[in-house]
Design a protein around this ligand. Structure first.
Ligand code: 3H9
Length: 693
C-alpha cells in the first residue's frame, strides 16, 4: 500500500506532502510516513531544508480520533514530532484550511510556519475531553504566551491565520501559491545562514504573570467548565510548562493526556463528535436528493417562539415574514424580537448595524395572502390541534406549490396536521427549542407522507441556520419530550414520596444537568406540562402521575412566570417552599404513596434509567434512526452535559445489564407499568451489548 506521505524535491527544498483524505488525520500510516520522510530528509545530501504541506482541503486536522479507543501503536505522535524538530535542516510548515490539534502540534514542531490568509489554527482537544497531548501544551505557551495559550486550549476555539500571525504563532502569511511561499521562506532562511529555531528552546515568558495567575484563571473558568475533566488537566500542563524543563513537562503532559484519553468524559465527547456527523445521514434519503431553494421564509405566530424562530433566518440573511392575527400581537412580537437583539448590542456582542440589518429582514404582516411567495412557512401558534388545523387549512389555500409547510409542534401528530392539507408530502414538523434563537437543537419530524425532498431540504436548512437537525418520526412528544416525560414523572413521584424538590434538583445538577427537573418544569411552565398531559391520549393510568403539577396548576402556581410553582421565586431565584412539601405529603396520603428514603444514587437511576428505557422503546419503534441521534437531542436541547454523551451513551457507560438490574429492582417496588425493560434494552443487556457499539 502506498504511503499517505510523499517526499519530493524542488531544487534544494524537500517537499513532504501528507495526503490522507478527508482531513489528513494523523492515523498510523501518516505518522509512520512522516517518520520515514524525515529520515529521508536527514540522509538526502541534496536537500538543505523542507516544506511540510498537505494535499486536499486542509492541513492536518488532528490525531485520528477513531484510534483513541484502541491500544496506542508506534510511532506515537510526540516521538515523530521530536524527530521533525531535531532535523538540522530547516523545516517550514505550510498551512491551509484548518491546522487543528495534532495538526497544529505538528506545525509547532516545525521550525517555522507560513499560512494561507484563509487558514485557521487551534487546539480543540478540550471539546473531545482531551488535552493537546503531543507537546501542544508546552509549545503554544512558548509561542504566544501563557494567557493566550490557555485561552485557546480551554475554549478550543481556533484562531484565524491573521490573529495567529499577530501573536507570533504563524511567521508569515501567504496571499498566493502557498507552496511557493513556503519554499521561498525556506530559501531565504537558508540564505541567512541562521540555525533553525526549535520551539522547545524558547523560554516561557512568565514576566507579566501575577503570583496568583493560575488560581485566578481557575476561578474565572469555573462556571463554564463545571464538571468537565480536561480543562483542569490542561491548566496543570501549562503550570508544568512554566515550572519544569521541557522534557519533564512533556512527561507530565503525556501522563495527563493518557488520563484524559481513558476517561469516560472523553469517550462521551468523542462519541458526540461522531454522533453529530452521523445524524446528518438519513439511510433512506439519498445524498443527492434535490434540495428546494429557501429564499423567503414565513413564520405564523409572533409569540416568543415564533419571534425566536424568525430571528434564526434573519441572522443568516434570509428574509422572513412574521404573521399575526392582530396589529397589537404583531407589535408585541416585533418588540420582543427587537429586545432580543438589543441585549447583545448593549453587551457589545452584536453591532447596531448588524441588528438593523436583521430587523430589516423581518417584515410583519396580518394577511395570509402575503405568504404566497414563501418557500418555507413555519407555524408557531398555540399547541392545540384544532387551531393548528385551521392555520394549515389557510396555508394550503394561499401557499405556492412546492412551498414547505412546517409545524413547530412539540408533541402533536404531524400526520394529522398534514391530512388537513391537499399536500401532505410538503408537510413536516420543525420543533425548535426555547429560546428558539439560542438553543441549537431542531427536531425535524417526518410524517408518513413527507417527501424525501422536503426532508433533505429541512436537514440542509437546519445547517444553514446553524442548528443541529435531528430527523425523527411521529409519536407523542417525538424523541426529546417523549423521553423528558418519564424524567419529570420520576421527579414528581419522588416529591410525593417525600424527597425535597431541591434535593432532586441538586443531585441532577451535580450529575451535570444544566438545571434539575423541577427547576426546568417551573421554567417551561407547569401549565404547559399539565396541558400536554391532558392532551396525551395514552397518558399512564396512574392517579399519582405528575399529580403535583396538577395540584399546583389548580392553585395558579404555573412556575417562574407566576412567581411560584414547585418553588417560590424571589426574582429568578428559586426558593424551596415548605407549603409544596406539605401539599405533597397530603396528596401522598390520599393516593397511598408511601414516604420513603431515597439515596442520591437512586435519584439518578430513576431519572436516567426511566429515560433510557423510553429511548430503547423509541428505537424499537423506529422513531429515532439511531441511539446516537437521541444523544444529540439531549445534549443540544435539554442541557445534558457533553461529558455524559447523552442518555443512551450514559446507559452504555454504566452497562445495560446494570440498567436492567436496577429497573427490575424498581419493578418489584412499583410494578410493571413504568419499569418493564424495553425489548431492545433487555436484548442488548442479555447479550452484553451496547446501544452504540
Ligand atoms: C488530537 O489531535 C490529539 C492530539 O493532541 C494528541 C495526540 C497524541 N479523526 O467535520 P467534517 C472525519 S485530537 C478522524 O464533516 P468539515 C469526520 O468524522 C483531534 N476522523 O468536515 C467526517 O467523517 P464522515 C483534534 C475525522 O469540513 C469527515 O472527517 N482535532 C477527524 O465540516 C469530515 O469531517 C479535532 O478535534 C479526526 N480528527 O470540518 C478536529 N476529523 O464524512 C476535528 C474529521 O465519515 N475535526 N474526521 O462523517 C474537525 O473539527 C472538522 O472535521 C474539520 C472539518 C474542521 C477539520
Amino acid at each position: 500500500m502506498s504511503s499517505p506521505v510523499s517526499y519530493s524535491r524542488e531544487g534544494r527544498i524537500a517537499i513532504i506532502t501528507v495526503d490522507n483524505p478527508p482531513v489528513n488525520a494523523l492515523a498510523l500510516p501518516v505518522r509512520a510516513g512522516l517518520a520515514s520522510a524525515f529520515a529521508q530528509l536527514a540522509s538526502d545530501a541534496d536537500a538543505a531544508g523542507a516544506v511540510l504541506i498537505c494535499a486536499g482541503r486542509t492541513f492536518i486536522a488532528g490525531a485520528d480520533i477513531t484510534e483513541f479507543d484502541k491500544p496506542i501503536e508506534e510511532p506515537w505522535l510526540p516521538k515523530v514530532l521530536a524527530q521533525i524538530e531535531n532535523s538540522n535542516k530547516v523545516v517550514v510548515a505550510a498551512i491551509h484550511g484548518t491546522a487543528l490539534g495534532g495538526g497544529l502540534e505538528t506545525a509547532m514542531s516545525c521550525h517555522y510556519r507560513v499560512a494561507a490568509t484563509t487558514a485557521q489554527v487551534g487546539l480543540p482537544e478540550v471539546s473531545l475531553g482531551l488535552l493537546p497531548g503531543a507537546t501542544g501544551t508546552q509549545r503554544l505557551p512558548r509561542l504566544i504566551g501563557v494567557q493566550a495559550a490557555l485561552d485557546a486550549m480551554i475554549s478550543g476555539r481556533p484562531l484565524s491565520a491573521k490573529v495567529a500571525h499577530q501573536k507570533g504563532l504563524v511567521d508569515e502569511l501567504v496571499e498566493g501559491d502557498l507552496k511557493a511561499g513556503a519554499v521561498a521562506f525556506a530559501e531565504r532562511f537558508i540564505a541567512s545562514g541562521q540555525t533553525p529555531r526549535k520551539v522547545r528552546d524558547i523560554a516561557v515568558d512568565t514576566s507579566s504573570l501575577p503570583a496568583d495567575f493560575f488560581a485566578t484563571y481557575r476561578k474565572n473558568i469555573a462556571r463554564e467548565t463545571r464538571g468537565f475533566y480536561a480543562p483542569e488537566q490542561i491548566i496543570q500542563c501549562v503550570e508544568a510548562a512554566v515550572s519544569l524543563p521541557f522534557d519533564e513537562a512533556v512527561a507530565v503532559e503525556n501522563r495527563l493526556f493518557m488520563g484524559c484519553m481513558t476517561s469516560s468524559h472523553s469517550r462521551a465527547q468523542r462519541h458526540l463528535f461522531f454522533a453529530e456527523r452521523e445524524v446528518a445521514k438519513i439511510p433512506d434519503v439519498p445524498k443527492d436528493t434535490a434540495l428546494r431553494p429557501i429564499k423567503q421564509v414565513a413564520v405564523v405566530g409572533g409569540g416568543t417562539m415564533g419571534g425566536g424562530i424568525a430571528m434564526n433566518f434573519a441572522n443568516v440573511g434570509i428574509p422572513v415574514l412574521l404573521k399575526e392575527i392582530s396589529q397589537e400581537a404583531l407589535d408585541r412580537g416585533m418588540s420582543i424580537i427587537r429586545a432580543n437583539y438589543e441585549g447583545p448590542v448593549k453587551k457589545g456582542k452584536l453591532s447596531q448595524e448588524a441588528m438593523d440589518k436583521c430587523m430589516s429582514l423581518i417584515t410583519p404582516t396580518l394577511d395570509y395572502k402575503d405568504l404566497a411567495s414563501a418557500d418555507l412557512v413555519i407555524e408557531a401558534v398555540f399547541e392545540t390541534m384544532a387551531i393548528k388545523k385551521v392555520v394549515f387549512g389557510e396555508l394550503d389555500a394561499v401557499c405556492k406549490p412546492g412551498a414547505i409547510l412546517a409545524s413547530n409542534t412539540s408533541t402533536l401528530n404531524v400526520d394529522e396536521i398534514a391530512a388537513c392539507t391537499k399536500r401532505p408530502e410538503d408537510v413536516i414538523g420543525l420543533h425548535f427549542f426555547a429560546p428558539a434563537n439560542v438553543m441549537s437543537l431542531l427536531e425535524i419530524v417526518r410524517g408518513g407522507k413527507t417527501s424525501h425532498e422536503v426532508i433533505a431540504t429541512s436537514m440542509a436548512m437546519a445547517k444553514t441556520i446553524r442548528k443541529m437537525g435531528v430527523l425523527v418520526r411521529v409519536c407523542f412528544g417525538f424523541v426529546g419530550n417523549r423521553m423528558f416525560f418519564p424524567y419529570v414523572r420520576e421527579a414528581q413521584r419522588m416529591i410525593l414520596e417525600g424527597v425535597p424538590a431541591e434535593r432532586i434538583d441538586r443531585v441532577a445538577f451535580e450529575w451535570g444537568m444544566a438545571m434539575g427537573p423541577n427547576g426546568v418544569s417551573d421554567l417551561s411552565g407547569l401549565d404547559v406540562l399539565d396541558k400536554v398531559n391532558k392532551e396525551w391520549k395514552e397518558k399512564p393510568a396512574d392517579p399519582a402521575y405528575c399529580r403535583m403539577i396538577e395540584v399546583l396548576v389548580g392553585m395558579g402556581r404555573y412556575g417562574q412566570k407566576t412567581g411560584a410553582g414547585i418553588y417560590k421565586y424571589e426574582g429568578r431565584n428559586a426558593v424551596p417552599d415548605a407549603e409544596v412539601a406539605a401539599l405533597a405529603k397530603a396528596e401522598a396520603t390520599r393516593l397511598n404513596v408511601p414516604q420513603i428514603e431515597v439515596s442520591d444514587e437512586e435519584i439518578i437511576e430513576r431519572l436516567l434509567y426511566s429515560m433510557i428505557n423510553e429511548g430503547a422503546l423509541i428505537l424499537d419503534e423506529g422513531i429515532a434512526t439511531r441511539a446516537s441521534d437521541i444523544d444529540v437531542v439531549f445534549c443540544h436541547g435539554y442541557g445534558m452535559p457533553r461529558y455524559r454523551g447523552g442518555p443512551m451513551k450514559y446507559g452504555d457507560e454504566v452497562g445495560l445489564a446494570t440498567v436492567v438490574a436496577a429497573m427490575e429492582k424498581y419493578r418489584k417496588r412499583y410494578g410493571d407499568l413504568y419499569w418493564t425493560p424495553a425489548p431492545l434494552l433487555a436484548k442488548l443487556a442479555a447479550a452484553g451489548q451496547k446501544f452504540t457499539p
